[in-house]
Design a protein around this ligand. Structure first.
Ligand SMILES: CN1CCN(Cc2ccc(Cn3ccc4ccc(-c5n[nH]c(N)c5C#N)cc43)cc2)CC1
Length: 242
């Protein structure tokens, strides 16, 4: 997978050199390049923003630098990338979207700042590539960079070979619509607190049942919305008794 990120704060993406994402870049699974939007400015002040038409607070990112950046990174003669624009107005980013994006050959992220990017940049890009505005959730950030870090982590871990133990992908909560059961490791007793006996019983049937019950209880307590959208077909009679 090829990924290009355009931002006025390219240094924000230093964490993408680390850990499993760093390894994916080193072995060629992920080809990632970060670009400074100011590369495509031509004035002495390298200006990327201006006042909003119609008035209002703050500044808006000018279209010209963005247009040149997208032209350079998504030239018309090459298969177009999927353009992802983090924004408070975007569609909520979900695990399902992460799977969708992990199947794309080329992602291009446009990180806005200030009050956002001139709408014409997205409208013009949409004439020659798929454009998706995406939001992490209903809270306000300074810009799109944090969203790109989150999306890059969620997508990269789905790429073939990145996660050593593939089964951890299969058992993921958001893959089965429930929150995960509590996890424990050695020692068996720590500060007077014991690991649940069932997890040390070796009885895999009991362990699976206990984990399922814990997952259902946690989901009902913390994320009733997830329970409401659970496919009833995935619940068995023991779940309903839990
Ligand atoms: C008068 N009102 C008019 C509406 N604005 C709304 C507004 C506009 C921009 C910004 C700052 N910003 C700039 C680019 C950018 C990208 C993503 C996000 C973002 N925030 N939250 C998420 N989940 C995000 C994601 N993903 C924020 C961004 C903040 C708030 C406020 C003032």
């Amino acid at each position: 997978m090829r990924v290009d990120i355009v931002s006025i704060f390219p240094e924000y993406f230093a964490p993408l050199d680390l850990s499993l994402i760093g390894k994916a870049r080193a072995n060629g699974t992920l080809r990632l390049a970060v670009h400074d939007l100011r590369t495509w400015t031509h004035d002495v002040h390298r200006t990327v923003d201006d006042t909003p038409y119609g008035g209002g607070p703050g500044m808006v990112m000018r279209p010209e630098p963005w247009g040149e950046a997208l032209d350079a990174l998504a030239p018309p003669e090459v298969h177009p990338p999927r353009l992802l624009v983090p924004a408070p107005t975007g569609a909520r980013f979900t695990q399902a979207m992460a799977h969708e994006l992990a199947a794309e050959p080329h992602l291009l992220f446009a990180c806005g700042r200030y009050e956002g990017i001139d709408q014409r940049v997205l409208d013009h890009a949409a004439t020659r590539m798929p454009v998706t505005e995406v939001s992490l959730g209903d809270y306000v950030l300074f810009g799109g960079e944090v969203a790109v870090l989150v999306i890059m982590e969620a997508v990269t871990r789905l790429l073939p070979g990145v996660l050593g133990n593939v089964s951890s992908l299969d058992e993921e909560s958001h893959a089965h619509g429930l929150l995960e059961a509590p996890m424990y490791t050695k020692p068996a007793t720590w500060r007077g607190l014991d690991v649940p006996e069932v997890l040390r019983s070796g009885d895999h049937g009991r362990i699976a049942r206990w984990r399922r019950d814990e997952a259902l209880t946690r989901t009902a307590d913390r994320r009733p919305d997830m329970l409401a959208s659970l496919d009833p077909a995935t619940l068995d009679k023991r779940d309903l008794a839990a």
